[in-house]
Design a protein around this ligand. Structure first.
Ligand code: MG
Length: 287
């Protein structure tokens, strides 16, 4: 009986732990262990996004490159940026798909709080989202306003939970970013049964539009999640596999704070304890 009770206790603790650490609220999927010291390991990545001119210049450069391809992408009816777009797309009106977090909206202030408070994502994430005060990533506003003027439909495909839809809408509108209301252009995770994998949402857009560009900060903003779930060295090969897409059809924003690159270090299973996570981080250094 005692053994059985112990098993129940272990199961209960595992369940509670699962509740506490699962349920990715956006595309971070970072169920990190929590401690001030562990959170501080993110410090330089966050400072890079918040204090470096290099980061700002890189983002301006990325969106300038996207702008420079707009006319060609619009006029060339064979041009498509979506792997989900397979046939009969030439006559369809052009659209652009962007991820939201760290692609359009800069959440580095939330990340900074995690270091200061020693509380990792998802703690405080919904509160931050509801503040609707994230600034725009440098360069994105001009790019999207230009695209809209040229008749390109702008879609946001995000793994923010549906609960944050209204706040996200407000945040985007306050920043004067295009947000059409004639159809659902802000596609949240959990809305209409959409899961983390963005493939089905891209396919849905591809039914009515020719997707001419995709912008994101994660490989899974462009590819299916299973395709990107690889160990770091194998995963890097995907950058070369799709070399013809980058810089004209696909545009990647640098995110040194979190993401699939980190999950890859843990074989896509975030460790339950920070010592294991730190050990895996160290083991992945290449001296
Ligand atoms: Mg993102």
């Amino acid at each position: 009986m005692k053994a059985r009770q112990s098993i129940y206790l272990v199961c209960l603790l595992a369940f509670i732990n699962g509740c506490a650490t699962s349920g990715s609220v956006n595309d971070k999927d970072t169920d990190k262990p929590i401690s001030n010291e562990f959170q501080k390991q993110s410090l330089l990545g966050i400072l890079y996004t918040q204090t470096s001119t290099e980061f700002v210049a890189n983002n301006i450069q990325t969106f300038a490159a996207a702008s420079s391809y707009l006319d060609q992408a619009i006029s060339d009816q064979d041009w498509t940026a979506a792997l989900e777009q397979t046939d009969n797309y030439n006559e369809k009106p052009p659209a652009i798909i962007l991820d939201v977090d760290e692609t359009v909206l800069d959440n580095s202030a939330f990340q900074a709080r995690t270091v200061i408070k020693g509380l990792s994502y998802p703690n405080g994430w919904i509160d931050w989202g509801n503040e609707a005060s994230a600034p725009a990533v440098a360069g994105v506003t001009n790019f999207l306003q230009e695209a809209q003027l040229k008749g390109v439909k702008v879609f946001y495909v995000t793994n923010r939970v549906a609960e944050l839809e209204e706040a996200t809408r407000k945040n985007l509108k306050d920043l004067e970013l295009p947000l059409d209301e004639d159809r659902d252009v802000l596609m949240m995770k959990g809305e209409s049964g959409w899961a983390s994998d963005k493939t089905s949402r891209r396919a849905l857009i591809a039914k009515d539009y020719r997707i001419i560009m995709i912008v994101g900060d994660q490989l899974s903003d462009f590819l299916s999640r299973p395709e990107t779930a690889l160990a770091p060295e194998e995963r890097k090969m995907l950058a070369f596999k799709y070399r013809n897409m980058w810089g004209s059809k696909w545009f990647m924003i640098t995110n040194p704070m979190y993401g699939g690159w980190e999950a890859s270090i843990y074989d896509f299973k975030y460790p339950d304890d920070e010592n294991t996570a730190t050990k895996l981080r160290l083991e992945n250094l290449q001296p």
